[in-house]
Design a protein around this ligand. Sequence first.
Ligand code: NDP
Ligand code: PYC
Length: 337
Amino acid sequence: MNSTLSMTELEDRVQRIFLRAGMNAMQAGPLARVISAGERDGCKSHGIYRIEGVLRTLKAGKVSGTAKPFAEGADNGAIVRVNAGGGFSNAAFELGLPVLADRARDLGLAAMVVNDCAHFAALWPEVEAVTAHGLAAMVMCPSYATVAPAGGTKPLLGTNPFAFGWPRQGQQPYVFDFATSVAARGEIELHRRAGKSLPEGWAIDADGQPTTDPEAALGGAMLPFGGHKGSAIGTMIELLAGVMIGDLTSPEVLDFLGTTTLAPFHGELVIALSPERFAAGRRGDPFARAELLFEAIQGQGARLPSQRRFAARARSQAEGVDLTQAELAQLDRFLAL
Ligand code: NDP
Ligand code: PYC
């Protein structure tokens, strides 16, 4: 039988787990919010299942639970740089967001570089936060070498998520957010825990042969989505959000950690764009024109990305977040540590 918790109860419980583990409020608060939001929106691969990995990473000394992110560089240019101080990316993002939004409005576009962070989270909370400022957004980061390049057989690229958001007046933004592998690694781990086979085409085993066995997939390599196309986008993310920002690429992250059981440690790139400034009055209001496109998509019976998530959110907000007894017991166990 399942039980429901209100968002406040869930966030409070998750935050207390992290505070008990020695984290400061600056780290624990944003982490509790992002993990609880994952449960609220029906994104189990980045919900409370991630708590265990956070605690493991803290214990292994591969992230600082007491870090205080700080701004780096003092010019007023388009690049806003935040150093996470070895903590989680989420606190650094929250620190840099107001400056990023101001700069993007002033200049037409701005980018936030987050360096030296542990990063395990979904990117849509960040994309949504930028769109709340009336700006379009792109967010990307590497992870650790777990994905074979198209035509290859060994893990090299990360599952490298890419997210995009477009603000909409009076309704939820247009947002997509996905791994550039066929599936996020979290999905493979959840299949393993549930004793379920993977769909075909997700992974290869250590000998480079296709596999539907989650265990063999975790020991082999995941595959990029869309063959050479996903492989190239994954590589672009290594270049822009690894090499270009002076931070680790996915193979370097794996060398640094020596395992994929801890949260990856690298950087992140957040780009904010002002649609009004780019359109500069040509062909009318860009937001109104975007609505025509969304209507045409839905007019064909297709759904917009994030519609499922927003519906799950509305349900959770009305009825509470649904958790199994096993999940609740796990939260209690973490609280008793
Ligand atoms: P999914 O394949 O579950 O979803 C990808 C996106 O596509 C979502 O925005 C989803 O919207 C949308 N979508 C799904 N089906 C349809 C459809 N039929 N029509 C229109 N849109 C659709 O994502 P992944 O498993 O690839 O990634 C899950 C999460 O993992 C992401 O949030 C990502 O940020 C995170 N991740 C994080 C990593 C990290 O290193 N921090 C690494 C890899 C992944 P909806 O949600 O509404 O279904
Ligand atoms: O689900 O692929 C994933 C992932 C990697 C790092 C954080 N999430």
